[in-house]
Design a protein around this ligand. Structure first.
Ligand SMILES: Cc1cc2nc3c(=O)[nH]c(=O)nc-3n(C[C@H](O)[C@H](O)[C@H](O)COP(=O)(O)OP(=O)(O)OC[C@H]3O[C@@H](n4cnc5c(N)ncnc54)[C@H](O)[C@@H]3O)c2cc1C
Ligand code: FES
Length: 236
């Protein structure tokens, strides 16, 4: 069990929770979280928003029962964490765009920090799409060269894939497909990596609930991913 340091309400339905946990989480990885005994049956997968080695933070949106329970937790309460899990974003260098839609912005903060730390000459632009209230804009601004925000429209309209060596994306499936088509139209399909937020049960590759078809056969989003080259997922 780990202790909650803080669990702050950022907007109508976004919360930021910091938990005491020694960790070496990498960009794009996730944890399975639970704060209950028996119900709901399954733990819930949540991406690592930030980590300082001694604590880990999660940005989450209240979607149903599990995240609803998380939202009621107070500093000092216990939570069970399993992780860090999965294969996150690759440690590339160059001009990199991070594109997030909705709660898909969650894994992009640690990703931006890590990419900047790995190669100080990396150029990181961040594109965030929100349907309602914006959150954590000042934080994202500090870890990017340019921060582009869209509210209520399509953040994918604002990016020119031709300007980047790599693009990392996390968000609704439809958004990631549109971005892939846009990249592909410029022969830039191979520059795009997507983080798949499939429904998960075990989170460790044992149950097949998260199986997704890709170019080289069936893959487990929890163990082989959640990050995949978009070409493998959406390519024909
Ligand atoms: C690898 C991974 C990383 C994730 N990272 C985050 C994160 O950082 N922050 C965050 O808020 N959420 C994240 N999610 C989604 C999060 O796991 C779900 O929102 C959560 O499990 C919902 O649990 P619940 O009990 O609150 O809702 P439930 O009662 O289980 O479901 C409520 C609604 O949410 C939908 N839903 C449930 N799971 C998902 C999912 N995986 N994708 C899309 N819709 C879903 C259901 O269809 C239903 O409509 C991530 C998912 C994965 C697989
Ligand atoms: S969630 Fe069980 S195999 Fe991926």
């Amino acid at each position: 069990m780990a202790k909650i340091v803080c669990n702050k309400k950022l907007s109508e339905d976004f919360f930021l929770m910091k938990v005491e946990e020694k960790n070496s989480a990498k960009m794009g990885q996730f944890y399975m979280l639970r704060a209950w005994e028996n119900f709901p049956v399954l733990s819930r997968p949540i991406s690592v928003f930030d980590s300082d080695g001694q604590s880990v933070s999660f940005l989450y949106k209240v979607a149903g029962q599990g995240t609803g329970i998380f939202s009621a937790l107070k500093p000092g309460d216990d939570i069970s964490l399993q992780g860090p899990l999965g294969n996150g974003f690759p440690a590339v260098s160059g001009k990199i765009a991070l594109v997030g839609g909705g709660v898909g912005i969650a894994p992009l903060y640690l990703t931006a920090k890590t990419l900047m730390k790995n190669h100080p000459k990396n150029i990181i632009d961040i594109y965030l799409g929100f349907s309602g209230q914006v959150v954590l804009i000042e934080e994202f601004d500090k870890v990017s060269r340019e921060l582009i925000v869209d509210i209520g429209g399509f953040i994918t309209d604002k990016i020119n894939p031709g300007n980047y060596d790599y693009i990392f994306c996390c968000g609704p499936e439809a958004m990631m497909r549109v971005l892939y088509d846009k990249c592909n139209a410029l022969q830039r399909g191979k520059s795009l990596y997507v983080s798949m937020e499939n429904r998960m049960a075990c989170g460790i590759g044992a149950c097949l609930v998260c199986t997704c078809k890709n170019e080289s056969g069936n893959k487990k989003a929890c163990k082989d991913g959640p990050v995949f080259p978009a070409d493998e997922v959406y390519g024909k």
